[in-house]
Write a protein that binds this ligand. Sequence first.
Ligand code: CUA
Length: 341
Amino acid sequence: MLLRKIGCLTFLFSVTWPGINLAMAENVTNIFDPLSTPAHAIHEISLLVLAICAGIFLVVGGMLTYTIFRFRQRPGDEGREPPQVYGSNQIELAWTVIPLLIVAVLTLVTARTIYDVQGALRPDDALDVTVVGRQWWWEIRYPGLGIVTANELHVPSGPPSRLRRTFLKLESADVAHSFWVPQLAGKTDLIPNRKNVMWIEPTEPGTYVGNCAEYCGVQHARMLLRVIVHSPGEFEKWVEAQRTPPVADPNTREGRRLFFTTSCVNCHAVGGSTARGTFGPDLTHLMSRETLGAGTVPNTPDMLRQWVRDPQALKAGCHMPDMQLTDHETDQIVAYLLTLK
Ligand code: CUA
């Protein structure tokens, strides 16, 4: 319990710094509360390592404390050297053999866990998702379902007897990133010109937060990630909604026209339209997402307006430029974006 608290606190600190994400701090996570098969395996081994390290700490610290008090200088000892003991085969043997045994045990247990996690087979009903790391957001593709989204990975869970696995292909469009959702699995890097693979098998529905765990440039800290685990049946509903193109609202025709005639469409795609840009996040169902700018701010109409007006003010250095829109243009474009549900 104490470990859980410490894990929570450190993560809360890292995620809420520099404060802008405070409103979203209810979803905190930590490595001591695993809710997915590979995370459980890693959790078990980390407890063993912690226990062994704690044992070593207690033995070494205890002997040091004992020695400090037992052999401290007493009145009358001044100027006299204590008896010097040279060589002891027993002690030499003990401090060679015991660490060797500890290292051997840790090596074997670690090898078994790595084998269990990396050697896992892909069941026939597994979901395949491709995650592309980008400065500084996550592109998420479901090749088998024809869905493209960003920053929020939706996956199914199953009843305890039949958990569903999601296999992730990890790629990078620019520099090295790292995919890490501590409650679901260990980290895996996303490396340019390389395909890495990892998998998750969540045991409980819910929202799990994670982040990029490899320094990738100025906005590395705002490359946050959410995994939404749906209960059986709910995932199919989500898929259905994502595959349905957004309904055009005649009241937002002006905003739509502005969106399609300014540079927006060079970088963004909207399903069922001529907008096919792939440099920025797919906006087809923008309003179904919880955050903007990969976890930078909550996705509310007000924040969306601020983002469209000047993304650089919210996430300095991000690749979306300040488009120098007037108040009127901003309002119209935001009104259109709000229909992308
Ligand atoms: Cu991407 Cu750090």
